[in-house]
Design a protein around this ligand. Structure first.
Ligand SMILES: [Zn+2]
Ligand SMILES: [Zn+2]
Length: 366
């Protein structure tokens, strides 16, 4: 009897998988390798709040149960180690796009995939996968991703800057919908954390919003002092009663701060204004819908970018002044990761010592 041997190739990967909150194990997993995929060895990653919420179990129990065990991390860069794609030779440095549309997973045209892909909104693809959220993320030695989700990094952009690209594209995606208004509007950002900092940085360096049109509200003077390209105010000292002064507002606070920020944003927005929600909260947030109605405010949520958002931001990253701005988010030293224990320790440290700067992981695979 002739046995049919599958022609599909596979790749073994060493993964640091979170099995339950605060527990990471070293595992070997197997990936299928289709012709349109490339194999990437992760070089650097950065820890996102989403990773921390999984690690510390700060997600709804159903979500945790469904998604674990899983390797975390969706912000990262790597080196191509196996490829059939001409423009991605072995050794090529790439940024990893974690939001993988179904069309690229199956090797079909976007039109054949789903209504979102047909509508050119592949970040909302019905059949997509997101690394480190439902499928194994970047904390593994061999990542198999479609060639379209590996973006070559220009020589002018150093690793430490490129590793911040995914986070930048989330702001870019949110802002691209109001790109035209950004040229003349007054814009306000709520939040002095990394999300607010990057959103403001993108507004300034990518959309060229000048300091006099860009207002940032924060709580901590030391954090606000970093925003030297924006006008800054302490939110607790600002008088919101005047209102109607700004055209576009971004909530980059999240958690228990969202309620105040969103309602203050509704106060400060002019009629016809736009409110962009980027702060993540697991709780419902009571908001002043009366004024949303009265002012005709448009609200839009955004948390995931797609491939097309990576190119314009990566190109802007060649600019040394943008690099200096981004550099302030980098720690003095990156954290070396050579084992599951190292990874576990880095995650525990990140959740127990929340810092303004990002935690940058430098992977060493043996
Ligand atoms: Zn993230
Ligand atoms: Zn789709």
């Amino acid at each position: 009897m002739i046995q049919h041997v599958s022609s599909k190739k596979s790749v073994m990967s060493r993964a640091y998988r979170l099995v339950k909150p605060y527990e990471v194990v070293d595992t070997v997993i197997e990936h299928e390798l289709a012709d349109w995929m490339v194999v990437v060895e992760p070089l650097m990653g950065s820890i996102c709040h989403a990773d921390m919420r999984y690690y510390s179990g700060n997600r709804r129990p159903e979500a945790l149960q469904k998604k674990l065990p899983m390797a975390l991390i969706h912000e990262g860069i790597g080196t191509v180690v196996q490829t059939e794609t001409a423009h991605l030779p072995v050794g090529q440095r790439v940024v990893i796009v974690p939001n993988i549309p179904g069309s690229l997973i199956q090797g079909i045209e976007p039109e054949e995939c789903c209504p979102a892909c047909r509508n050119k909104e592949e970040n909302y693809c019905y059949h997509g996968q997101f690394l480190g959220s439902g499928v194994d993320g970047i904390a593994q030695s061999r990542l198999v991703i479609p060639a379209g989700c590996a973006i070559p990094v220009p020589d002018e952009v150093p690793n430490e800057i490129a590793v911040l690209l995914e986070l930048c594209t989330v702001s870019y995606q949110a802002l691209a919908h109001v790109a035209e208004q950004l040229q003349h509007s007054k814009i306000v950002v709520f939040g002095d954390g990394p999300v607010g900092y990057l959103a403001a940085a993108i507004l300034h360096h990518v959309f060229h919003v000048s300091k006099d049109r860009l207002l940032v509200f924060g709580v901590v003077p030391d954090k606000l002092a970093q925003f030297d390209f924006a006008t800054c105010e302490l939110v607790q000292e600002y008088d919101f009663t005047e209102g109607n002064t700004h055209d576009i507002a971004l909530d980059c606070t999240g958690g228990r701060f969202s309620e105040n920020a969103i309602n203050q944003a509704i106060d400060i927005l002019r009629p016809g204004g736009h409110l962009i929600l980027m702060g993540v909260t697991e709780e419902r947030v009571p908001i002043n819908t009366r004024d949303v109605l009265e002012k005709g405010i448009t609200m839009r949520g955004s948390s995931r970018s797609s491939r097309s958002d990576f190119y314009p931001v990566l190109s802007a990253m060649k600019d040394p002044s943008f690099q200096r701005t981004l550099g302030k988010l980098l720690p003095e030293q990156s954290t070396n990761i050579a084992s599951a224990e190292d990874f576990d320790k880095a995650m525990e440290n990140a959740v127990s010592h929340l810092t303004w700067q990002k935690t940058i992981l430098h992977f060493h695979w043996s």
